[in-house]
Design a protein around this ligand. Structure first.
Ligand code: AMP
Length: 502
């Protein structure tokens, strides 16, 4: 079960937890639109409200009033292709002999079947197919035999794969990241309590301050009265596996991950995209909204850099001076209909293609008679870029050059991003030149993996690059792991560019 989600947890001194939880999952809505849920505890009993749909639709004021207590957790669930799946809405909650448990999960386990089979043999019955229920049962089982910290450690010992969890055991709220820290999770100080959240934008929404990221393999336990938190480093792994796609696409640009503002990382990626594969056109434009930060960095770098001289004679190597017009115009060439959902989740290819046209419409005056560079974060199936090139050409663009702020996506994600199967990925069996040809662009260039690592301020070895290398940080059946084999040779600093003139 692919669970690319948003999780939160709060413990407050005096205020009720329901509204802060509601606002913080609202802030994480981009991480999941299929369902939303909150579980709270008032020291006596657990309260839960979980619904399919968007946060704003899932809760009425009375629902929030009914979620009593000053501690709790919340969750938004990512849509899996194929529609809604009410059984797996979260937080998952259970009551057992030594209390109640609520669990919110972001990530994807790779050994769910084994753990489930083992628990079933011991008499546990499951009501969903999701891996969150498996984690909840395993933890409940361990809590019967040991204290909280040992129980969490024992459960972590059994789980393989990617997980950032917020957990409410009665009125104790905690957060944990898998030993390689695949999915983000951070701690915020609210003044009258603490919050755990997938992204710091949720802390900002509550008016709090980011304290730090939860470390890979760390358990953070919030005090029941919201006065402080305790940290237990339960596992230490020599390498982490931070998902690079969080920086490129998934996280909000106003979130800070690993000490870096995602917006600045994306702008830097845009600058490096220009450095690696410049093309001088009349206009640089983003695919709204995912390409915006990349395009602004790209255009900025284009206007700083020496003019490209097609003759190869770089006599005039000066950058733009004050009295010189910027030589590349940065403009909005595409308007987005903000009421259209993500094209990605449309079940059929035909619907996906129609949805791109519904979602994006060219601004004729920006593109007509011009050569344009259009910038997006990623190409997955190629639907968006194919349609865009066609739309821009129909609107009168003379040339359309595509620049992408990520390397080619060549393999599926097993760590929680619903990325399509290998066969559906346009770059899985095509060279960059073939992808260019398929999408109909005049030129196409992707970004190198090294540029991603440098812009994110991470060692390449500390990133999960499974979808761009096909080598994964966790053992997955029929796939190779990059943790005990040579470092990948795919998609490294060689610039992957293709042009119709090649
Ligand atoms: P595609 O049209 O299949 O090539 O998808 C690429 C577009 O979808 C890009 O504009 C991305 O911003 C967006 N995208 C990339 N990955 C995802 C994802 N996992 N879920 C939803 N949208 C995505």
């Amino acid at each position: 079960m692919h669970e690319k989600c948003g999780v939160v947890g709060v413990s407050l001194t005096e205020r009720g937890a329901a509204r802060p939880l509601y606002y913080s999952i609202y802030a994480l809505q981009h991480r999941g639109q299929e369902s939303a849920g909150i579980v709270t505890h008032d020291g006596f009993q657990q309260y839960a409200h979980v619904e399919t749909g968007l946060v704003g639709d899932a809760f009425a004021a009375e629902d929030l009033d009914g979620l009593r207590g000053s501690v709790g957790i919340g969750h938004v669930r990512y849509p899996t292709s194929g529609g809604t799946d009410a059984c797996c809405a979260q937080p998952f909650s259970v009551s057992f002999k030594s209390g109640s448990l609520g669990l919110a999960h972001n990530g994807n386990l790779v050994n769910t079947d084994d753990v489930r089979a083992d628990l079933e043999e011991r008499g546990h019955a499951f009501t969903t197919q999701g891996d969150t229920e498996v984690i909840a049962h395993d933890l409940a089982h361990n809590l019967l035999e040991s204290d909280l910290v040992r129980a969490v450690k024992r459960t972590m010992d059994r789980l393989h794969g990617s997980y950032s969890l917020t957990i409410a055991h009665d009125d104790t709220v905690m957060g944990v990241r898998d030993p390689q820290g695949n999915r983000p999770l951070c701690i915020g100080d609210l003044g009258d309590g603490y919050v755990l959240a997938s992204e710091s934008a949720a802390i900002d929404t509550l008016g709090g301050d980011l304290v730090r990221d939860v470390r890979p393999g760390e358990l953070v336990v919030l005090a029941e009265d919201g006065s402080n938190f305790d940290s237990y480093q339960l596992f230490s792994s020599p390498r982490s596996a931070n998902c690079f796609f969080e920086y490129v696409y998934f996280a909000r640009p106003d979130s800070v991950i690993g000490g870096k503002l995602v917006y600045e990382v994306r702008r830097e990626l845009g600058r490096r995209l220009w450095a690696e594969s410049p093309v001088e056109t009349d206009v640089v434009m983003p695919v709204p909204d995912s390409g915006r930060a990349f395009a602004s960095g790209y255009a900025e770098a284009a206007n700083e850099k020496p003019r490209l001289d097609p003759s190869g004679d770089d006599g005039d190597a000066g950058g733009t001076t004050d009295d010189e017009e910027p030589r590349v115009e940065f403009a909005e060439g595409l308007m987005k209909n903000r009421y259209v959902g993500r094209t990605f989740i449309m079940p059929t290819q035909d619907e996906r293609e129609r949805a791109v046209r519904l979602k994006l419409n060219p601004i004729k005056s920006t593109v007509e008679g011009k050569s344009v560079t259009v910038i997006d974060d990623s190409i997955v199936r190629g639907t968006t870029s194919t349609q865009l090139v066609e739309l821009l050409k129909e609107a009168g663009a003379e040339e359309v050059h595509v620049r992408i702020g990520a390397p080619p996506i060549v393999a599926p994600c097993y760590m929680g991003i619903d990325m399509a199967s290998r066969e559906e990925l346009i770059a899985s069996d095509r060279t960059t030149e073939e992808v260019r040809d398929t999408i109909g662009a005049d030129s196409l260039a992707y970004l190198s993996i090294d540029a991603i690592a440098q812009s994110a301020g991470r060692e390449r070895a500390d990133l999960c690059l499974g979808c761009v290398t096909g080598e994964y940080p966790y053992d997955i059946d029929d796939e190779t792991t990059d943790r005990d084999v040579q470092r990948p040779a795919v998609g490294d600093s060689a610039v992957r560019a293709a042009s119709s003139d090649d």
